[in-house]
Design a protein around this ligand. Structure first.
Ligand code: ADP
Ligand code: GLC
Length: 473
């Protein structure tokens, strides 16, 4: 099958979170299963130094009565064809979605243009290269669903079907009715009863939809998880599935991980102890016997910081534990995290930054991984943590619920709690301390966690079925 991804992130090219891991992991797995993949991505400012193929194309799209040109620049990335959609004013900016503080005011127009230019390019391909599936990811690519229908009315791309994956339904890119002409949309192409947004338009128009876990799919059928779109998700229920993300074990396996200086596997954990000692030295924490809790996370409300921070502020007073976290995000949480470090200089570290190697090193060094999310469509770090033998502490929501078996249940692989409250987090932290004190029990769970398998190959088979459903509709 010829499959084209329209996406705003792709690991190795542009990453702000798990979307990038997911688009690359899935693309590679589909390729290994024999499909032809093309990735279409905006050419962001950070992508200008890339070595590109000499051949390129230009396309023109109509927006707001104007003809606007874009260049399609080609490259190969790990054996996959990538087309970068280049438009200097829209995309040659240092960050993809915001200036570091505020979302760019023209985001709707930028990503509408991205979708239009991508489809205009696909419409120029000869029949034997025309995609069967155009697979959009999140609101940034959602308008591709409508623009495809518009091209089909002109007799173009008649064999193609649009599939939309929702990685995070909280980000929708809201629109007003006055935006419709600017984006080349008509009133009958957009949903009427629910909030108008790039995402809701995609949900209405895609042939098939999915989100990234069964658990989150269930949550999206009602509020508040659906952020006002529950009615629309219900209307599309028959074409809406949940497919759990996978783990790219060629990048996330402590036996081979290039970011680690010591390696380990389930039957020999010596390397893990070295990773822990190294990390403690690096962040200047004493190398002692207390358990090490780690976290790598976008610092946003989604990730549970509103109750995690007060929980830690109380708990660390007495707790015999160390906590090391890395993240970037909202100042309302970053400030208090820095204060925790001042308050507990021998127990707590917060590293403000985005560092790929260090994220792997934290995964390897920890005894426990903190992921107390308020909501979590899938979550990848808890899946990585399982493989690294770093027992995840999660709130039982969305994909976290689907991937971690909580303490006290048969086959437990982590610690799980229910309520998004400082009290419940603290109970979970205390359970971790008790578990760690019983090293036999801890090690049994650790070994079980490391043996769990969430390869992208499994997910890719389910995506193939989704594609088949789109094609046979
Ligand atoms: P989300 O996509 O909601 O951020 P996921 O768990 O699905 O959550 O994926 C997060 C991905 O982003 C993981 O690969 C994680 O390691 C990475 N990540 C998040 N914050 C950072 C950071 N500060 N530095 C490096 N990697 C990060
Ligand atoms: C989103 C979600 C996260 C998911 C990732 C990849 O960023 O917040 O839960 O794992 O997308 O699908």
């Amino acid at each position: 099958m010829q499959i084209v991804f329209l996406c705003s992130e792709y690991e190795g090219l542009l990453k702000t979170g798990g979307l990038a891991d997911a688009t690359r992991g899935l693309a590679q797995a589909l390729r290994q299963q024999g499909h032809q993949l093309t990735i279409l991505l905006p050419r962001y400012g950070t992508l200008y130094p890339l070595p590109l193929q000499a051949q390129w194309q230009s396309v023109y799209v109509e927006m707001n009565g104007q003809h606007i040109g874009a260049a399609i620049r080609h490259l190969q990335h790990d054996g996959i064809h990538v087309g970068l959609i280049e438009h200097h004013d829209f995309f040659n900016r240092p960050r993809p979605y915001d200036d570091g503080e505020h979302a760019y005011p023209d985001n709707a127009l930028r990503f509408a243009f991205f979708c239009k230019a991508a489809l205009a390019y696909l419409a120029t391909l000869p029949d034997d290269q025309s995609p069967a599936i155009i697979h959009g990811h999140d609101w940034q690519s959602a308008l591709g669903s409508v623009y495809l229908k518009q091209l089909q009315q002109q007799g173009k791309l008649l064999q193609s079907r649009f599939v939309l994956s929702i990685h995070n339904a909280a980000y929708q890119q809201g629109l007003g009715w006055h935006d419709l002409p600017l984006l080349g949309l008509h009133a009958d192409e957009v949903p009427q009863q629910v909030q108008l947004s790039m995402l809701s338009i995609g949900v209405k128009n895609a042939s098939q939809l999915n989100t990234v876990s069964e658990g989150y799919r269930e949550e999206l059928l009602s509020e508040p998880a659906a952020n006002g779109l529950s009615q629309l998700y219900q209307t599309r229920q028959a074409d809406f599935s949940g497919i759990l993300n996978g783990c790219d074990y060629s990048r996330w396996d402590p036996a081979t991980d290039h970011s680690l200086t010591a390696h380990y596997r389930v039957d020999d954990l010596h390397g893990k102890a070295l990773c822990k000692a190294q990390l403690r030295q690096q962040v200047q924490l004493t190398d002692n016997k207390v358990p090490l809790f780690v976290a790598v996370s976008r610092v946003t409300g989604q990730k549970g910081f509103s109750y995690l921070i007060p929980a830690l502020a109380q708990w660390l007073v007495e707790a015999q534990a160390q906590v090391v976290m890395m993240g970037t995000g909202e100042q309302q949480f970053i400030g208090p995290l820095k204060q925790l470090q001042q308050q507990f200089p021998d127990k707590f570290r917060f590293i403000e930054g985005f560092d790929d190697d260090f994220s792997h090193q934290l995964e390897a060094a920890g005894d426990f991984f903190l992921m107390p999310s308020l909501f979590e469509p899938c979550g990848l770090n808890q899946i990585y943590s399982l493989r690294y033998g770093t027992l995840p502490i999660v709130r039982a929501t969305g994909g976290l619920k689907d991937t971690v078996v909580g303490l006290g249940k048969r086959g437990a692989t982590g610690i799980s709690f229910e309520q998004p409250s400082a009290e419940d987090v603290t109970v979970a932290l205390e359970q971790a301390i008790s578990l760690y004190a019983d090293q036999r029990k801890y090690k049994t769970m650790q070994q079980r966690a490391m043996q769990q398998y969430f390869g992208w190959d499994q997910a890719a088979l389910l995506y193939q079925r989704l594609y088949q459903r789109a094609l046979s509709a």
